[in-house]
Design a protein around this ligand. Structure first.
Ligand SMILES: [Zn+2]
Length: 1034
């Protein structure tokens, strides 16, 4: 059954004053994506009513179509011109540590939003109204009648099962009310609500929990029972056993067990993904419209840059910002962009153009230093231009002068990427280079821990053997024949060994540094070399290393001196680069950065739990700064058998654009392939070095916070020793003035970096968003996947400084608040018992609940401290695709595969209910991969995949499938290989049989179910949030 039970009412039948107006043909139907209108001439856009991808105007092949004249015109009235102000709520802040306060008591007197509203109602979320009987059938009409006193208008789809938008299936139509006429008023705080005698109890008490009111007072059971017969008895409350993870949950949970809702009736992520793929998959997404919402990250589409950056580079939490800070505070929807400046683009999309503005460097605004881009408006016959960001009028340099056409656009518009495209690069001049010298190509230094455990496990030999072939794949400039990246080698335990691998040597030479307190590099010439030139010597070295240390007894290691050695070597060579450190144990040898076991499970669920996530300060902090200053990225490969103080060891990688890979209890046979896949991806991936990023905006708002594997010396410059194609920086924005609907919101992200061949370049990404004084515009322009990326990062940062309980409370509060604000301001009136979610956020609660059940946030002594710290740091640098998949794994049924099709079977919801005894499922989340086998798996399937007569013969510790020549085996292996190719990281295949003990590992990823280590099921969470919303609204 379709999950899209939303009634999109009312239709866009009347243009709103001041909104630019929609075309007549655009009027009906639940279209939401297309509202990218520009100031004065909206009619010029021939936006199709439902299609998304068509270029509005034809153009020469490969070139952007001519946009209308007003397309990028900055509006002179952009600052503070918008007259409409909303009453200011009391200080509301989503910041952790400052409990959010509810602005609701000030909203009662607020004028209702004007006529046009798109109220995507979740008609089917009629939680309070399921009468006994089959859950999937419509309730008897009487249940609607019971709600009449609380309804200002007939409820939309009251009590209906989910319905697809558009034509309804016939059997549902009798109960389906006709679309509501446009609402002219929405008495959210008016008669119906006032009649409920539940005045808002005033400002919340101080302290965590914000506007939630646990304990005595109007909240809780007392408040609940004020409407006996209406809601109380029928409210499907959370199930018994609902964990007390949420504030105030305990006393509210009391009461008779509730009838369980049909799980199919609550919004489904898999359905949302499928629907978007069906609607927008395989199409071209042209970026010509301001504020348009891209397809989901999970959808396959092709991007055509027509003036805004591809969603591969920038995704936003909403594509329509509220005009004022007051509105932003009122809804508490975070305003953020997730920027992946170096994202990979598929082969069928062109790489970025490189623009050269000559010796004077890229043309920039004199005042705000924004780079030339489509948002600069040329005036005065082309002699001057007005900056779209700060409105400063600049002279056009003589060499750059060009005449304007009759529409005021430069006649060379299409020849210049910086005028017509959202993303492009500039070649940088000496001014943009360190010390005014052109940079050298970067270097990769491989640093191998040769202490006892790594030798014994066979890891050292595995690495040395692999490097011989891997180094042929070092990253190179687009189109270049070979890589200019230099390589160097270090081995270490308590002391460090450097190797001279100069091409003229017959044998490599080792130089030992045993004074780790004063680290220096004992050789310059011959340490960093060109791999192709020194191949013979390097082969020789890699062959010798495992033998040289074969008899070692040394079990102690140093760590900080290893990083120090690497950064010193890069300093000496005057280049940037990356350290690949392969390390096994906590560094206990007497040396700077020595660590001790400070794991303490007693801290879990206490005020001091944050200490488990905080790194040890001192030398590691110092190394962060030194590495970033040198452009030295650190990638750490850890092979621990016990606690290693991940929080501290990963500190440098997580500030230098690096990654941390962890292989617990590493064994070559079962983990070797998995590790080598990671290493190969890491060495080969596209990357840049010594990067500094600046995010500029037009007047009215600005970037205020940054999350990522970054370092910041001031409040504006994001420094990254390196930035690869998988790393993202999440940027939060705040208002500092009003934004205007006419000018919109403009963002320019400029990344200055050194390429793998040592060229200094500037990469510029521009995106323009809409602005609106209507919150409904914001809600329908939200992107849930981007929102959850922001929430994950901000929560994971918050737990460094706050008790986890507070952080979880704030997450729940903010979720309820955002949804309550939608309901109050944007949705059509309906019974309080209905949960109404904005269409664009309908699966937000699933993700939020999943986030709260992740290892860093869940607070369980059963989880490894290192594991929690590792996940926390990994998420900080993730892009939207990665957090989406992490928080909602793919669960793919394999027992009914279509062998005639290349396609991967459609995933099902992540819940135990979807598993079947006779089934076989693949689950992956980008980091873990499981093959789950039902107890009653058909013998022919087991035979086909494993070449075994039955499940009982299966050795589940295997991590690869045998290569068998039958359709089941081939298809399954091709699915697994395709997934491993797509993801930034490798995953180890774990095979689990239903009811075997290791099945627990698998079940923790069924994120719609109750958490294994605490945390609610999706259904319970939804009920809880619904109750919070109702409290907020009464
Ligand atoms: Zn400017």
């Amino acid at each position: 059954m379709s999950q899209q039970g939303y009634v999109a009412a009312p239709p866009y039948s009347q243009a709103q004053p001041g909104m630019g107006g929609y075309q007549a043909g655009f009027g009906s139907g639940p279209t939401q994506q297309m509202y990218g209108h520009y100031g004065g001439q909206p009619q010029t856009f021939s936006a199709p009513p439902t299609g998304m991808m068509k270029s509005p105007v034809s153009s020469a092949p490969g070139m952007p179509p001519p946009p209308v004249s007003s397309q990028y015109s900055p509006n002179v009235q952009q600052n503070g011109a918008y007259p409409q102000r909303y009453p200011a709520p009391p200080a509301v802040s989503a910041a952790y540590g400052q409990p959010p306060q509810s602005p609701y008591h000030s909203m009662a007197s607020q004028a209702p939003p004007p006529t046009q509203q798109l109220t995507n109602q979740m008609g089917a979320m009629n939680i309070g109204n399921y009468a006994p009987g089959p859950m999937s059938s419509p309730p008897p009409p009487t249940s609607s009648v019971a709600q009449q006193p609380f309804q200002a208008a007939p409820p939309a789809a009251m009590g209906q099962p989910p319905m697809p938008p558009g034509p309804q299936s016939p059997h549902m139509s009798p109960q389906m009310p006709t679309p509501q006429p446009p609402q002219t008023s929405m008495p959210m705080a008016g008669p119906p609500m006032a009649g409920m005698a539940r005045p808002f109890p005033g400002p919340p008490p101080p302290g965590p929990g914000g506007f939630q009111q646990p304990g005595p007072g109007p909240a809780g059971p007392q408040g609940y029972s004020q409407q006996p017969g209406q809601f109380g008895g029928q409210m499907a409350g959370p199930q018994p056993g609902f964990p007390g993870a949420f504030p105030g949950a305990a006393n509210q949970m009391a009461g008779p067990p509730q009838k369980k809702l049909d799980p199919d009736s609550i919004p489904s992520i898999t359905q949302v993904i499928e629907d978007d793929q069906a609607k927008r998959g395989g199409q071209v997404y042209a970026t010509n419209l301001r504020g348009q919402i891209p397809p989901l990250v999970t959808t396959d589409f092709t991007v055509q840059d027509q003036g805004n950056a591809s969603p591969r580079f920038i995704r936003c939490t909403t594509y329509s910002l509220p005009c004022t800070a007051d509105l932003a505070k009122q809804c508490q929807v975070p305003l953020a962009a997730i920027i992946k400046p170096f994202a990979s683009v598929p082969k069928n999309e062109p790489p970025l153009y490189v623009v050269n503005h000559g010796e004077t460097g890229p043309i920039r605004c004199n005042r705000c230093k924004a780079y030339m881009c489509p948002y600069m408006q040329f005036i005065d016959g082309g002699r001057r231009y007005q900056c779209g960001f700060c409105s400063c009028v600049n002279e056009v340099p003589v060499f750059y002068f060009q005449h304007l056409d009759h529409m005021g656009r430069r006649v060379d518009f299409y020849e210049r990427p910086e005028l017509s495209l959202g993303s492009y690069e500039f070649s940088a001049t000496m001014d943009y280079c360190k010390n005014n010298k052109p940079p050298s190509p970067p270097a990769y230094i491989f640093m191998i821990d040769v202490s006892y455990s790594n030798i014994k496990s066979g890891l050292v030999k595995l690495i040395c053997d692999e490097l011989k072939t891997l180094l042929d794949e070092l990253p190179r400039e687009e189109g270049a024949e070979s890589s200019t990246v230099k390589v160097g080698f270090v081995t270490y335990n308590k002391i460090l060994h450097f190797y001279n691998v100069k091409s003229t040597l017959a044998q490599p030479q080792m130089m030992v540094v045993s004074d780790t307190a004063e680290m220096f590099v004992p050789l310059l010439d011959g340490f960093l070399v060109n791999y192709q030139e020194s191949k013979a010597v390097i082969y020789n070295l890699l062959d010798q290393i495992p033998d040289m240390f074969a008899d070692t007894n040394e079990s102690e290691t140093v760590f900080a001196p290893v990083i120090q050695a690497g950064v010193e070597a890069l300093k000496a060579a005057e280049c940037s680069g990356k350290l690949f450190i392969f390390h096994s144990t906590i560094p206990t040898a007497e040396a700077p950065g020595k660590l001790k076991n400070r794991d303490d499970k007693k801290l879990v669920n206490t005020e001091k739990e944050k200490m488990l996530f905080q790194p040890v300060k001192g030398i590691y902090e110092q190394l962060n700064k030194e590495c970033v200053a040198q452009g030295c990225c650190v990638d750490l490969y850890l092979f621990p058998n016990q606690y290693v103080d991940m929080a501290t060891m990963a500190d440098v990688p997580s500030h230098t654009g690096g990654s941390v890979y962890k292989y617990n209890n590493f064994q070559v046979e079962t983990d070797g392939e998995h590790f080598l896949r990671d290493l190969k991806k890491d060495v080969e991936k596209s990357i840049c070095f010594d990067a500094i990023m600046r995010v500029r905006t037009n007047t009215g708002f600005r970037a205020t916070d940054f999350f990522g594997a970054i370092h910041m010396n001031n409040t504006t410059d994001v420094e990254m020793a390196a930035l690869d194609c998988d790393k993202a920086v999440t940027v939060e924005f705040k208002h500092d003035d009003a934004l205007s609907e006419e000018a919109g919101a403009l963002i320019q992200c400029a990344l200055l970096y050194t390429s793998v061949s040592g060229q200094r370049r500037l990469r510029v990404h521009n995106i323009s968003l809409n602005c609106s004084s209507q919150l409904s515009e914001l809600y329908k322009s939200c992107e849930t996947d981007a929102l959850i990326n922001f929430f994950a990062k901000s929560a994971y940062r918050a737990i460094l400084n706050q008790p986890l309980k507070n952080v979880r409370e704030i997450l729940v509060n903010q979720t309820a608040h955002m949804l309550a604000c939608y309901r109050k301001n944007c949705a059509s009136p309906s019974a309080a018992s209905q949960l109404i979610l904005p269409d664009a956020m309908k699966v937000f609660p699933v993700y939020m609940n999943s986030l709260m059940k992740t290892a860093p946030l869940v607070g369980s002594t059963e989880l490894s401290t290192d594991e929690r710290a590792h996940q926390r740091l990994a998420v900080m640098a993730m892009g939207v695709e990665d957090t989406q998949l992490l928080l909602y794994p793919r669960l793919i049924p394999l027992h009914n595969m279509d062998f005639g099709s290349e396609a991967v079977p459609a995933p099902v919801r992540c819940s135990e209910e979807r598993l079947t005894d006779g089934g076989m499922f693949l689950l992956e989340n980008g980091h873990s991969m499981f093959l789950w086998l039902g107890q009653a798996s058909p013998p022919d399937l087991i035979q086909g995949v494993f070449n075994l007569p039955s499940l009982s013969h299966l050795q589940t510790h295997m991590s690869t499938l045998p290569e068998l020549d039958n359709p089941n085996s081939k298809k399954l292996r091709s699915i697994i290989n395709a997934l491993l190719d797509q993801r930034p990281n490798s995953m180890k295949l774990q095979i689990v049989r239903q009811k075997d003990k290791p099945e627990m590992l698998f079940r923790q990823f069924l994120v719609e179910d109750k958490g294994l280590y605490g945390g609610a099921s999706y259904m319970d969470f939804l009920c809880y949030v619904h109750r919070e919303i109702r409290q907020l609204l009464t």
